[in-house]
Write a protein that binds this ligand. Structure first.
Ligand code: HEM
Length: 467
């Protein structure tokens, strides 16, 4: 016998919108607040659909069973109704399979290691820009990390330079993207009819989407007009053949994949770097320990790719950051359409799930489950993420840490993001003593499609000259 899933009472027309309404700028917080009242699984009517909201490591683990559950792709940022990039394509879409087969090798750890010089080139631009600013200027860290990650993904994957450190304003691509993200988020906490009536905002939304796609399309068109023999991701898509079918990717799909990389490849990593910086600065003993490790492993010489594997503590700092503040804060699943006719339950047969239900994984809640992490689940303690401890936890609780998703739809850019984040943090610690502009800074989050710490202003004081 199954039992009803608990949850707040739904009202006619608005469902449970009002339950999360008070946090409408950060809908994530609203969902988390209701989870605190109803527990690790609850249901809510949002956007006319039953949503089942999950907050425990055990349920998350159950939802990683790809035979029973699959990803609900988010709405596409592209305004093209045609082919879909990897992130937003459905499991059964042949374009996803083709893209996955052609692109996986391009983002494998070995390929990502060969991108190290380009990553370091952009990281150096950040270091130089901060050194020029000196300790007298306050720096909005999140903004500079966005410059850095956008320039890095563009240079490494498509040999294109946005040159974001050479202008005072952010590239218009970033503004357009942030607008589209925030509008997409706002739409989840607004009745559909209210969105339809926002004529001016809807026009701006469509224009921003068209602009972003044009940036991506221009990069592809330009490469066709000016071919190079560089072995970057763009050329892999232009010339690479699907190992299964022998087909090449069509340009319309390449444009969508490029747009996906420009978005998924920078916003998330920028958030990871920002949160890591905030945690380091709020925990000075961790900061000093990480800086000491960098000094011991690298000293004053120029960092090399092989150094990264020796930065064990910094690696743990990043893991702990991604546990507490996963920058993709929710994942959505539903019953795998291939078994839609079967009875599917959750929590050892306790709750019945229907094919039309959307299951929302609240990642920060799932990853701070006290059953896994104990009384200090919400604290920042990188020591528990050192290899030996981390492996033990994952062996016991496989659903304990999933900031990059799971299974075949897991993040293709994970090795890329990790290498970039380790490199950049190591270079910052090596070159500067960083402090919070406001020593009493208390972290609040800003949610668009991803999350970031709000108003993270820092100051940087250059350390001794490098050799
Ligand atoms: C998918 C997180 C960096 C490209 C995902 C997913 C997560 C994620 C959670 C699965 C989404 C879902 O199941 O709905 C992150 C985080 C990053 C990061 C936390 C940085 C800290 C990157 C980078 C790239 C990238 C650097 C590109 C180079 C993608 C793509 C997918 C994806 C293309 C879709 C994969 C597929 O479905 O085949 N990412 N990501 N991500 N990510 Fe990342």
């Amino acid at each position: 016998m199954t039992e009803p899933i608990p949850g707040p009472r739904a009202l006619p027309f608005v469902g449970n919108l009002l339950d999360i309404w008070q946090d409408r700028d950060i809908p994530l917080r609203g969902l988390e607040r209701v989870a605190e009242a109803y527990g690790p699984i609850y249901q809510a009517m949002l956007g006319g659909k039953r949503r089942i909201i999950i907050s425990s490591a055990a349920l998350l683990e159950e939802l990683t069973d790809e035979k029973r559950f699959s990803k609900v792709p988010p709405p596409s940022v592209s305004n093209n109704p045609g082919p879909k990039g990897l992130f937003v394509a459905k499991n059964e879409d042949p374009d996803w399979h083709q893209g996955h087969r052609i692109l996986m090798p391009a983002f494998a750890p070995f390929s990502v290691q060969s991108m190290f010089p380009d990553m370091k080139d952009i990281a150096n631009q950040l270091i130089l820009s901060w050194a020029r600013k000196g300790a007298d200027h306050k720096i909005l860290a999140t903004e500079d990390f966005t410059r850095l990650t956008l320039d890095t993904i563009a240079l490494c994957s498509m040999s294109f330079r946005f040159n974001s450190f050479y202008t005072d304003t952010m590239h218009p691509f970033v503004d357009a993207m942030l607008y589209v993200f925030s509008e997409n988020t706002a739409r989840t906490s607004r009745p559909a009819i209210a969105t339809k009536l926002r004529y001016k905002a809807n026009k701006q939304f469509d224009e921003a989407r068209a602009f972003m796609r044009k940036v991506s399309q221009d990069i592809v068109t330009n490469r066709r007009a000016n071919p190079t023999d560089k072995s970057d991701v763009l050329n892999t898509m232009i010339y690479g053949k699907d190992p299964k079918t022998g087909q090449v990717m069509r340009d319309e799909l390449i444009t969508e994949q490029m747009l996906t990389f420009l978005i998924a490849g920078h916003e998330t990593t920028s958030g990871l770097l920002s949160f890591a910086t905030a945690y380091l600065l709020q925990n000075p003993h961790v900061y000093l320990k990480a800086q000491k490790e960098v000094d011991e492993v690298i000293g004053k010489r120029s960092i090399e790719a092989k150094d990264l594997q020796n930065l064990k503590y910094l690696n743990a700092v990043l893991r702990e950051t991604a546990r507490l503040s996963p920058t993709v804060p929710v994942l959505q699943k539903h019953i795998n359409p291939a078994i839609a006719h079967e009875v599917v339950t959750l929590d050892n047969g306790r709750y019945r799930i229907n094919p039309e239900d959307h299951i929302i994984l609240l990642m920060s809640k799932c990853q701070t489950d006290p059953k896994v992490w104990g009384d200090t689940a919400a604290d920042f303690e990188p020591e528990r993420m050192l290899d030996e401890n981390f492996d033990k936890i994952l062996a016991e609780y496989p659903g304990a840490w999933k900031p990059f998703g799971n299974g075949k739809r897991a993040c293709i850019g994970r090795p890329f993001a990790w290498q970039e984040a380790l490199l950049v943090l190591a270079m910052i610690l090596q070159n500067f003593d960083v402090s919070l502009d406001d020593p009493a800074y208390s972290m609040k989050i800003k949610q668009t499609l991803t999350i970031k710490p709000a108003d993270l202003y820092i100051r940087v004081k250059p350390r001794d000259q490098m050799d």
